[in-house]
Design a binder for this molecule. Structure first.
Ligand code: 2AL
Length: 279
């Protein structure tokens, strides 16, 4: 397998799939602005198109957005199992985009899968959509609620609220019980999501709504108009945040926990993920 070019930040992931992926988007305008890579960690091309569109709506005019999804991994992420097995594909995309000169990354799934590992691998800043949405919510009100897909994903959202230090602001995590891949096909999806958002505001006293899935991005403006409170699409929030970090010239600290991982061999099907020093 062809190793990806060395990162100046640290070791190189010897990921064949990464090197095989075409580099920045055919037809992308060649402008001077930074290239940001949005990684949809599931393998749904339709959702990748959706998150790319959502990011482009808010990105600055000179920012180039490449929206990608891994070539391996789950069709959607709605369990811990899905999430764990989505991570190698996310890391392969980071390695590929590093070689293509990406300046920053958005991990566009609400469980923020692989966020810490991505920060160890990437030169530029990496922001997860749950992280971005929850921090943004904390700037807009004294309380927020998350409206997610399936009830089984609620625990992960609570874990992340803890992790990001905003659990005290989180009034509830509600589920619309629509699977990720049915968000745009189930005729009841919109009304169910609206009902859970409404209950969050009326019953749980949430002042801000956080959408708990990248696949809900296109509902954000409509929900805002219906609810009369700020509704946050994490894809847009993370795009603006990472773009701002890049503009500030800031990136992940390479000192301490996010230092490049020590090179070592990996075995079996994970062999391509073994890190080497340089090439
Ligand atoms: C998600 C998401 O954002 N993408 C995905 O596949 N699953 N989140 C969720 N709560 O189901």
């Amino acid at each position: 397998m062809t190793p990806a070019p060395a990162s100046t930040r640290g070791p190189t992931l010897t990921q064949g799939a990464a090197a095989a992926t075409p580099e920045p988007a055919p037809g992308l305008p060649r402008r001077a602005g930074p290239l940001l890579t949005l990684i949809n960690p599931n393998s749904s091309a339709a959702m990748t198109t959706l998150v790319g569109a959502s990011a482009r709506l808010v990105a600055g005019p000179d920012t180039r957005i490449e929206a990608v999804n891994p070539r391996m991994g789950p069709a959607s992420i709605e369990s811990h199992y899905d999430e764990a097995l989505a991570v190698p594909g996310v890391l392969a995309e980071i390695a590929r985009a590093e070689a293509a000169g990406s300046a920053g990354y958005v991990i566009a799934c609400f469980g923020d899968p692989g966020l810490d590992a991505a920060r160890e691998l990437a030169r530029g800043p990496v922001v997860g959509i749950a992280e971005a949405a929850m921090h943004t919510a904390s700037l807009l009100g004294r309380s927020f609620s998350v409206v997610t897909t399936l009830g089984r994903t609620r625990g992960r959202a609570w874990d992340l609220a803890d992790r990001y230090g905003v659990r005290a602001l989180c009034r509830s995590v509600r589920a619309c019980e629509v699977p990720v891949l049915e968000l745009d096909t189930d005729p009841l999806a919109r009304s169910r999501i609206l009902a859970e958002c409404g209950a969050s505001v009326e019953r749980d006293e949430a002042e801000v709504i956080v959408l708990g899935c990248a696949g809900m991005a296109e509902l954000c403006a409509w929900l805002t108009a219906e609810l009369g409170v700020p509704v946050i699409d994490g894809v847009a929030a993370a795009t603006v945040l990472v773009e701002g970090l890049v503009r500030l010239g800031l990136s992940t600290s390479a000192r301490g926990e996010y230092a490049p991982p020590p090179p070592k061999p990996y075995t079996g099907i994970l062999r391509p993920f073994g890190l080497t020093e340089g090439h």
